[in-house]
Design a protein. Structure first.
Length: 497
């Protein structure tokens, strides 16, 4: 901040930064909502465009493959040519693709438009966290800003369920895409006015085009393989072959980055215990949480008989608690106790919520059996996500902030896809076994979901152990990590003013 500025100029600058934050978060909310809002509208889309049950999955998968595959590349491009530029390009692509989705007259058109929409979503969302830590360098303000971002990133999914139910039942499925157009246009115009443009460090500092092709291909192929597990199975030739190729491509990229002068993804970033540790913890936590958000929604629909709107409203207590904690208390707790210390009770709360879900009966009472679980998970997520995002960015230098932002976003997406594939597959195997033994459909489904919830709790427990071993709250550790490789001082939440 300019020390020669007058108090009025300083107040105006502060107000502009916070408005810019809300603009950035509005774009993230739109993109996060889009990932779940479509799920509620799938039956209507299937009826209108005559999708088969197997092809219908591609309405979701066509979005997730480019989104998960491009996040790392998009984050690094933000560092190289300017984060605001990449953000705006992504926003324009996402908004234009939303129009094509809404107007799609055929299956092929909708699937192609969803692929483009996923690419735009990756470009736009990958750099937002890096822009936030740049705009808010002061620790307390940064903590509050990441709390806002954390709420949007974690609660957007449940908001999407509610919005999807309302729009689909009241107007029609086309409007789940049309609603993105005014939001995208207004957000882009406000971002041009309020978000400061940065030049980036230049393509020469990391323009590894062959590496970019290898990485993006490997990640997209990996996401495709994971999403196909439900149909192909884990031991199928396709899964093993494509998974092996994807792993080989990512390994080739990592080896290449260690050997070339100007890597697309500098491996020095992973020398920070907090960056590496926070991404591992986030992966385990998200994989466990997907058991609640997706399989919990199926439990409410297929076992308790809720309609789409009722499913969205059932998760409303979780969203409200998550928002209250993220927006009002996460900053205070992170500043008072540190992001690492705040993370542990948050994970314990999530695990407790999953364990409560694992005892829900077939004839459940919403207030007695469901509300306590979703409230505990909302409480834990409202604290855990801001803390982990803080730690994930704490070891990143300003020139690597876009990469760190893209990395944590990619971790969320890929871990979510893997977690959902694994837990859903195991739940289905349990259900099929019980149906073969003569159990009722509701009881068999419920038992399958219970297996997924329990495994989700195990993953959260593993995240707890990893956090104990790897994460550090002392900023001196991050300073040592940065100094060891001769980089700029790292961002640090715990840095004293």
């Amino acid at each position: 901040m300019d020390e020669t500025a007058t108090p009025a100029e300083t107040a105006h600058s502060d107000r502009s930064r916070w408005i810019a934050l809300y603009v950035l978060c509005a774009s993230v909310l739109m993109i996060v909502i889009d990932a779940t809002i479509v799920n509620v509208a799938l039956p209507s889309i299937q009826a209108d465009l005559a999708f088969s049950q197997s092809n219908l999955a591609w309405v979701v998968n066509a979005y997730l493959i480019p989104f998960g595959g491009l996040l790392l590349l998009a984050g690094r491009l933000g560092d190289l040519i300017g984060q605001r530029r990449i953000f705006l390009i992504g926003l324009v692509v996402f908004t234009a693709a939303s129009v094509l989705c809404a107007l799609a007259p055929s299956q092929g058109m909708l699937i192609a438009a969803r692929f483009v929409q996923g690419a735009g979503g990756a470009l736009s969302s990958a750099v937002v966290l890096g822009m936030i830590v740049t705009m808010f360098p002061e620790p307390r303000e940064q903590a509050k800003a990441i709390g806002v971002y954390g709420f949007v990133a974690s609660a957007g999914g449940s908001i999407g369920l509610i919005a999807g139910g309302v729009l689909t039942e009241a107007i029609g499925w086309h409007w789940i895409f049309f609603i993105n157009v005014p939001v995208g246009i207004v957000t882009a115009l406000l971002a041009l006015r309020l978000v400061e443009a940065t030049k980036g460090i230049g393509l020469g500092a990391g323009a590894d085009l062959p590496g970019a092709v290898v990485l993006t291909t490997g990640l997209m192929l990996g996401v495709y393989t994971i999403l196909s597990v439900g149909e192909q199975g884990w031991g199928s030739v396709q899964t093993l072959a494509l998974g092996g190729v994807a792993l080989a491509l990512v390994a080739t990229f990592v080896v290449r980055q260690a050997r070339i002068a100007n890597p697309l993804m500098p491996l020095r970033l992973f020398r920070s215990r907090n960056v590496a540790g926070a991404n591992v913890v986030m992966a385990l936590l998200v994989a466990g949480l997907f058991a609640m958000f997706f399989l919990g929604a199926l439990y409410l629909q297929r076992v308790l008989g809720y309609n789409p709107l009722e499913v969205g409203l059932a998760f409303l207590p979780s969203t409200v608690v998550m928002g209250t904690i993220s927006l009002r208390y996460s900053e205070r707790l992170n500043m008072r106790f540190g992001a690492r210390a705040t993370l542990f009770p948050a994970m314990a709360s999530i695990a407790a919520g999953l364990l409560l879900f694992a005892r829900t009966p077939v004839e459940a009472s919403y207030v007695v059996d469901v509300v306590p679980a979703v409230v505990l998970i909302g409480l834990g997520a409202g604290l855990a996500f801001p803390s982990l995002m803080t730690l994930a960015m704490s070891g990143a230098t300003p020139s690597d902030s876009g990469l760190a932002s893209g990395l944590i976003n990619a971790t969320v997406q890929v871990a979510g896809a893997i977690g959902l594939a694994v837990l859903a597959t195991l739940a289905t195997e349990r259900t099929d076994g019980l149906l073969a033994d003569g159990q009722s459909t509701a009881a068999a489904l419920n038992s399958g979901y219970h297996v997924a919830y329990l495994l989700g709790a195990v993953l959260v427990a593993a995240a707890f152990v990893v956090a104990l071993v790897l994460l550090r709250s002392d900023s001196s550790q991050e300073a040592a990590d940065a100094g060891a490789v001769g980089t700029e001082p790292a961002y640090s939440y715990s840095e004293a003013a």
